[in-house]
Ligand binder design. Sequence first.
Ligand code: TRP
Length: 326
Amino acid sequence: MYSAVQPSGNLTIGNFTGAIRNWVRMQNDFDCFYAIADMHAITVRQDPALLRRRTIELAALYLACGLDPEKCTLYVQSQVSAHAELGWILNTIAYVGEMERMTQFKDKSQKHADNINMGLMDYPVLMAADILLYQADYVPVGIDQKQHVEITRDLAIRFNHRYGDTFRVPEPYILKEGAKIMSLQDPMKKMSKSDENLNASVFLADDRDTVIRKFKRAVTDSDSEIRISDEKPGITNLLNIYAAFKGCTLQDAEREFQGSGYGDFKLAVGETVADALAPVQEKQKRLLADKAYLNDVLKSGAENAFRAARRTLSKVCRKIGFYRGE
Ligand code: TRP
């Protein structure tokens, strides 16, 4: 199993219930490689000091959420040079036309019109290199990354066809929609780490008062009934969040708040989320105070990753005819 996350922006509770908790769950059942994709992050402009800080904060966060370095490999992408090397080779079988058609490339080109760099277009090729280096069977991602996993499959099949069987062809493992958390200000929109309205998203780093205040201000609707309904996206979203953090079903949540008022309900959701975040924040803070430990975890993660990656890379170099002595 292979997945990665970019160290850009602050993570929201949506990232927590979607990506992070799934990574933690899967480490027990699969041989997992998890990367912090700093090489992907620099395809849009980053402040170097901030990038460095976010990388280590993200590593600490994942450990705080329960990733266990004894059970999985957690590492920083740029610490394993094989990613760049395989990325270059895959570039020679990837077509400009297919990269230009990628939805995320088109979106980001619009958003960063002053910085449409080669890396931005090449992003999916580097992602393919990430995945294929580890011969991953499954790639847990959100629906927005599915197209990139599909292009990874295409590149693997193309390479295997041209040079002989080399790469395992991976499957996307799309994370459940049930965990989809919407904006608190516009429940038709996904909660996003880059929303301009600061009340729309609850961040994992938010303190208790901030969490509770944001839920208090969450958009609901004019009647006062708490039930799951397409006509009540705000209330349904809050019930979803409550269920995700309480670990109960959506129906249980609905039952629990039957007959409650909106005010009490929002407060209960806010408190539940704040209660769940507190120990994670506390643990993350403790880990960040011990940089030597974190650096160690990442160093042995990178060594582990390199060992696995090198096997694939040697094979690739042989297949394409790079001279390594005869
Ligand atoms: N592009 C992914 C994202 O932004 C992060 C990523 C980089 C990734 N390399 C990967 C995800 C390999 C899965 C597999 O979410």
